[in-house]
Design a binder for this molecule. Structure first.
Ligand code: PGA
Ligand code: ZN
Length: 417
C-alpha cells in the first residue's frame, strides 16, 4: 500500500463569480499534490438550501477556514473523499451549515477531492467513482432567459432550454446547442423583437410571451435538428416559486398577463407539454407543492418533470418526493447541500428511485470545470450548463476533453424519455 496523501495546508481567498459577486476560493495543499476550487452562487435559490456563507459573508468564511477548518483538516487523508466531508459536518453539525457556510464546505470538499485525484494521478471523475465504465451526459442549454436572471423587458419564465436527446457524441450535442442558441437570436430579430442582450447564464433576453418564446425555440430546434442530425427537444425551467404570490394564492405572469391558481397552473403546464412536446420541465410548481408535482407527473409520459427548488439536492426532501411520486428528475447542485458526499448520496438515492439526476451549474458560476467530472462520476444522463459564456464553456470544453480521453470506451448516456 502506498502512503496516504494528507492535507498539509489550506488557504482561502476572496475571488469573484461570473456575476461579479464575491465568492470563496480554496487551495488544499496535500502531500501528494494540490487542489483548487471555488463555489458558485444562485439568484433564484430554493428555500431549503443550506446557507451559502455564515453571518458576515465571505469575510467570515475566510476567518472560519483559517481558524477552524484548516487546523482541523491538516493531517487528514484525502484518499477517500468522504473523510473530509465527515469532518466538515463534525465542525458544523447545524442542519443548514450556518456556522461554516455551504459554499465554504463545498469548495473545501471539492478542492480536497481534487488534491486526492492528483495524488493518485487520476482524473477527478475516476477518483470519485470506481465504476470503470462511463457515459457522456447530454447538455441541457439555456437559450432564452428571463425571471430573476435578467433585467428589463424579459420573459416571465426563467429559462427556455434546448435538450439534445439523441446524438453520436457529446461534442456534436454541444455544437448543436450553440447553433440553436444562434438560430434563436436570428428568429427573435426576424420577428421584429429587440434583443436586450444576454442574461446571467448567457441566454437571450427579449420581451417575449411564454408561448412566443416556445414557438421560436421549437422552430430553431427543428432547423438545427435537420441540419445536424442531432435530435433536439424543447424544455423550460419555470422556476415557479418566483411566479408564485403567497398573498394572491396565484402564479402571476406579468408579460403574459395571466394569473393562475394551482389547478390552472397544472392545466397550463400540461397544455405547454402537449403543444410543444416538451422533453423537460423544471420547477413547474411552487417549491412546497409536492402534491401538485405528483398530480402533474402522473399525467405525463416522455417528459422529465424536474425538481430544483422543490428538492434543493436534499435527501430528506427527495425521500418525501419519492414516496409521493413528485417529479421524475432532480437537479443536483452540490452547494445546495454543502459537500460532495451529501450531493452524491442524494443523486444515488435518486437513481435508485428511478429519478433522473441532472447535474447543474448555477446562475453565478466559477470558471472551474469540476461539475463535468461530477456528472461523469455519477453517470448522470443530463448536465445543465448553459450554452455560452466563458464560465459555461469551461465545463462544456472539459466534457469534450473527457470524451476524447475515454475514446471508444464511452458512449452517450440514455436519458430514458
Ligand atoms: P440559481 O437557479 O439562480 O439559483 O442558480 C438556477 C435555476 O433555477 O436552475
Ligand atoms: Zn431551476
Amino acid at each position: 500500500m502506498s502512503k496516504a496523501a494528507i492535507i498539509e495546508n489550506i488557504k482561502a481567498r476572496r475571488i469573484f463569480d461570473s456575476r461579479g459577486s464575491e465568492a470563496i476560493e480554496i487551495d488544499v495543499m496535500g502531500s501528494g499534490g494540490s487542489g483548487r476550487s471555488s463555489a458558485p452562487s444562485g439568484a433564484s435559490k430554493g428555500r431549503w438550501e443550506v446557507k451559502s456563507y455564515p453571518d458576515g459573508g465571505v469575510t467570515q468564511a475566510l476567518r472560519v477556514v483559517k481558524e477552524l477548518i484548516a487546523p482541523e483538516l491538516i493531517g487528514v487523508s484525502v484518499d477517500d473523499p468522504k473523510t473530509v466531508d465527515v469532518k466538515l459536518h463534525g465542525m458544523d453539525p447545524s442542519p443548514d451549515f450556518s456556522r461554516i457556510g455551504g459554499n465554504t464546505a463545498y469548495a473545501v470538499s471539492l478542492a480536497s477531492a481534487t488534491a486526492g485525484a492528483v495524488s493518485r494521478a487520476m482524473q477527478l471523475f475516476e477518483h470519485l467513482s470506481a465504476a470503470g465504465s462511463y457515459s457522456l451526459p447530454y447538455p441541457l442549454g439555456n437559450t432564452i432567459g428571463g425571471g430573476l436572471h435578467a433585467k428589463g423587458d424579459r420573459t416571465d419564465i426563467q429559462e427556455f432550454l434546448v435538450l439534445p436527446t439523441s446524438s453520436k457524441s457529446f461534442a456534436q450535442a454541444a455544437a448543436a446547442n450553440i447553433r440553436t442558441h444562434k438560430e434563436v437570436s436570428r428568429l427573435i430579430e426576424n420577428n421584429g423583437v429587440n434583443l436586450a442582450g444576454r442574461g446571467d447564464e448567457g441566454a437571450w433576453v427579449a420581451p417575449l410571451k411564454t408561448e412566443e418564446a416556445l414557438e421560436i425555440l421549437t422552430k430553431a430546434c427543428r432547423t438545427v435538428s435537420d441540419e445536424t442530425g442531432v435530435e433536439l427537444r424543447v424544455g423550460a425551467d419555470m422556476a415557479a416559486s418566483t411566479l408564485w404570490s403567497e398573498k394572491a394564492n396565484e402564479y402571476l405572469y406579468q408579460r403574459d398577463n395571466r394569473r393562475l391558481d394551482e389547478g390552472d397552473q397544472i392545466e397550463f403546464v400540461l397544455e405547454l407539454i402537449k403543444k410543444f412536446k416538451l422533453a423537460y420541465v423544471e420547477d413547474p410548481l411552487n417549491e412546497e407543492s409536492f402534491e401538485s408535482f405528483s398530480e402533474l407527473t402522473g399525467k405525463v409520459k416522455g417528459t422529465l418533470i424536474c425538481g430544483d427548488d422543490l428538492f434543493t439536492t436534499n435527501i430528506k426532501r427527495l425521500e418525501r418526493g419519492a414516496k409521493e411520486k413528485s417529479g421524475n428528475a432532480i437537479i443536483i447542485k452540490p452547494n445546495q447541500v454543502g459537500t460532495l458526499s451529501d450531493s452524491f448520496a442524494t443523486a444515488r438515492f435518486a437513481q435508485q428511485e428511478g429519478y433522473v439526476p441532472v447535474f447543474s451549474h448555477r446562475s453565478g458560476e466559477s470558471c472551474g470545470n469540476e461539475i463535468a467530472h461530477l456528472a461523469i462520476a455519477l453517470g448522470a444522463p443530463v448536465i445543465k450548463l448553459g450554452v455560452l459564456g466563458g464560465e459555461r464553456i469551461a465545463k462544456i470544453n472539459e466534457l469534450i476533453r473527457i470524451e476524447e480521453l475515454l475514446g471508444e470506451k464511452a458512449g452517450m448516456a440514455n436519458i430514458g424519455i
